[in-house]
Ligand binder design. Structure first.
Ligand SMILES: NC(=O)c1ccc[n+]([C@@H]2O[C@H](COP(=O)([O-])OP(=O)(O)OC[C@H]3O[C@@H](n4cnc5c(N)ncnc54)[C@H](O)[C@@H]3O)[C@@H](O)[C@H]2O)c1
Ligand SMILES: CC(C)[C@H](C(=O)O)[C@@H](O)C(=O)O
Ligand SMILES: [Mg+2]
Length: 409
């Protein structure tokens, strides 16, 4: 059985094609159809820093195999090119997002990113931070809608820090606005106040159209799930949130079948650990989405399990685990690669519309967990502790096996 298919990866059931509207339309039907027997795509890999290269190497192998096994008659051929990004790009070229990397990403059918950042670059000036490169990449690809599914898998319910009865069955989709808000707002910088004291400042700013487009995506996502949308804001204090709430409320009339609610972000943070099952789809701004998705990840057992898909109105999507470069475990073969492997599945589904290959990966992850393999972050007594590479090998084996194929049929 394919437990992952009960997760948002399945229940989301939201593809750009099915969405139909202007939002999330693939760039050039994503595929370069070279023959009846093979659909061929160019994928840009951005391994990045820390555990990024470890998890991307594993996910790349899984992606290739899942594509190659597409069927007797049809094969999905994935061509990979690897580019520098983040701290590794800074060291090699002096900038966190080289022009060549952005151009390659823009020109491909989809982009798979590991993670960026690390102690070495923590004190760099803003424009020389790996994180700045990531924001430039998201803005450069115009991927304004970031889908972050957080579902508790039955196999991992013991890995959750919440009580079993609270965690069991949780299935949330956080729709995070990704290219606006305080991350990008101006003015920002450092200054001096009237007392001559140093200040640092950022601006939370949203335009009505930015709010409308992410809200429409979220309503569509909710429609393909359980029909409930909770908009999270801080409209009791922040003007940007007051506008956010007004626009979301106004758009609700276009989606009468969706049950819309609003919640302040501080309450949402509390409710997520009190009773996470009350949530279906959450839509929120850039910074609240960043924080709430990390919080939601822990309900599922580990941040090492959570994939994400970032998409825009056109152009390639960006697919990345929600975790960072985990410098504390980098280079030790301890990272959980499943978030990146599941991001690869999202890449196939939302980036390339290769649903079968996506399902094959998800089924293989489920099967590998059923077989009891666990990295340290999701380990519980009675299961088999493995490292990043071995976990990848086990997933590969199940991708190949009849079991995984059967599970998707
Ligand atoms: N999208 C990204 O590339 C991204 C996201 C978040 C943080 N970062 C950057 O990563 C660096 C480290 O940030 P942080 O420590 O706050 O967050 P982090 O997500 O890297 O790590 C937080 C904790 O989770 C653990 N963890 C994360 N991913 C894991 C995995 N796959 N398997 C097992 N354990 C995992 C880490 O070991 C650590 O204990 C910073 O430079 C930060 O800016 C990058
Ligand atoms: C590294 C950082 C810029 C990034 C963000 O805040 O978006 C990260 O935390 C994430 O969740 O992808
Ligand atoms: Mg984050």
């Amino acid at each position: 059985m394919a437990a992952l298919q009960a997760t948002p990866l399945k229940t989301l059931a939201f593809s750009r094609r099915r969405a139909g509207g202007a939002a999330l339309r693939p760039r050039r039907m994503a595929a370069f159809r070279c023959s009846a027997a093979a659909r061929s795509y160019n994928i840009t890999l951005l391994p990045g820093d820390g555990i990024g290269p470890e998890v991307v190497a594993v996910a790349k192998d899984v992606l290739s195999l899942a594509g190659a096994l597409e069927g007797k008659l049809i094969r999905v051929e994935l061509r990979f090119q690897e580019k520098l990004m983040g701290g590794s790009a800074l060291d090699a070229t002096g900038v966190p997002l080289p022009d060549e990397t952005l151009a390659a990403a823009r020109d491909s059918d989809a982009v798979l990113l590991g993670a960026i950042g690390g102690y070495k670059w923590d004190n760099n000036e803003k424009h020389l931070k790996p994180e700045t490169g990531l924001l430039q990449l998201r803005a450069g690809l115009r991927v304004f809608a970031n889908l972050r599914p957080a579902a508790v898998l039955p196999q991992l319910v013991d890995a959750s820090t919440l009580k079993k009865e609270v965690a069991e069955g949780v299935d949330i989709m956080v729709v995070r606005e990704l290219t606006g808000g305080i991350y990008f707002g101006k003015p920002r910088g450092f200054g001096t106040n009237d007392s001559g004291e140093e200040t640092g400042f950022n601006t939370e700013v949203y335009s009505a159209s930015e709010i409308d487009r992410i809200t429409r995506v979220a309503f569509e996502v909710a429609r393909k799930r359980r029909g409930k949308l909770c908009s999270v804001d801080k409209a009791n204090v922040l003007e940007a949130s007051m506008l956010w709430r007004r626009r979301v409320t106004a758009l609700a009339s276009e989606f009468p079948d969706i049950e819309l609610s609003h919640m302040y972000v501080d309450n949402a943070a509390m409710q997520l650990v009190r009773n996470p099952k009350q949530f279906d789809t959450i839509v929120t701004n850039n910074i609240f989405g960043d924080i709430l998705s990390d919080e939601a990840s822990m309900i599922t057992g580990s941040i090492g399990m959570l994939p994400s898909a970032s998409v825009g109105e056109s152009g390639p999507g960006l697919f990345e685990p929600i975790h960072g470069s985990a410098p504390d475990i980098a280079g030790q073969d301890k990272a959980n690669p499943l978030a990146t492997i599941l991001s690869a599945a999202m890449l196939l589904r939302y980036g390339l519309e290769e649903e079968n290959a996506a399902k094959r990966i998800e089924a293989a992850v489920t099967e590998t967990l059923n077989q009891g393999f666990r990295t340290g972050d999701i380990y519980s007594p009675g299961t088999t502790l493995v490292g990043c590479k071995r976990m990848g090998e086990e997933v590969l084996k199940t991708v190949e096996s009849q079991k995984a194929v059967a599970a998707i049929n």
